[in-house]
Unconditional design. Structure first.
Length: 230
């Protein structure tokens, strides 16, 4: 049984520490196939986004709810204790590589260099996270200055990076989002005929939080694909 709507959730404490441009916050990146939502539960800051319409900054404070579609490059800016509940569509895809960080173009265009820059080591993780963020901020600022053509080249490189993973993504999607949609259709068909037998198969599930380093900050993520069934 998938998490409602085939989504996933995590609780995000956005990184502190100033980057080269003086701003504190997360690692700029883009999702290629999934939509992401921020529900701000504490603190304040901003969300910088870059897409075909240019650069935009949206203020965030407790109660703010924003979401952005595939192709929206985003960077969380922390201006004081920013805490976010993150909701992702297509549970399993983000964990399977549906995110490309905005490293400089010569790195994004080279799968081996990208993998080396993106992968976190077993030791000295905090230093590696900071280096990865700085490299992505450098590329993000170049995209902002480069205009539509630079953005289009970045998108092309990002698609080339993830293309080998798409078959695996489809398998994940079939087992989660598509399966959940089919299940709802079957329930509606049964209910139309007066059949409520699915109610006898109800269950309670739980997914304890798991601490990990995210792109935008410290994450308390939940493995919704493997819940505890009570």
């Amino acid at each position: 049984m998938t998490f409602p709507g085939g989504t996933s959730i995590s609780r995000l404490t956005v990184y502190t520490g100033a980057c080269a441009d003086g701003l504190e916050g997360g690692t700029p990146h883009v999702h290629i196939a999934s939509t992401e939502a921020y529900v701000v539960v504490g603190g304040h800051g901003a969300l910088q986004t870059l897409d075909a319409n240019g650069l935009k900054e949206t203020e965030l404070s407790a109660g703010s709810t924003v979401w952005f579609t595939p192709g929206t490059i985003h960077r969380a800016i922390n201006r004081g204790g920013l805490e976010v509940l993150v909701v992702m569509s297509n549970a399993g895809l983000p964990e399977a590589g549906d995110a490309v960080m905005t490293f400089p173009p010569e790195i994004v265009a080279d799968p081996d260099r990208y993998r080396e820059a993106a992968t976190l080591p077993a030791d000295n993780v905090e230093e590696a996270v900071a280096r990865r963020r700085e490299l992505a901020v450098e590329g993000f600022l170049r995209l902002v200055d480069g205009g539509p053509e630079e953005l289009r080249r970045f998108y092309d490189s990002a698609v080339a990076l993830v293309r080998p993973k798409v078959a695996g993504w489809r398998d994940i999607w079939e087992r989660t989002v598509a399966q959940e949609t089919r299940r709802t259709g079957e329930i509606l068909d049964a209910l139309a005929g007066g059949d409520g037998s699915h109610l006898l198969r109800s269950a309670l599930m739980e997914s304890p939080p798991q601490q990990r380093w995210g792109m935008c900050g410290h994450l308390r993520a939940h493995d919704v694909a493997n819940p505890i069934v009570h």
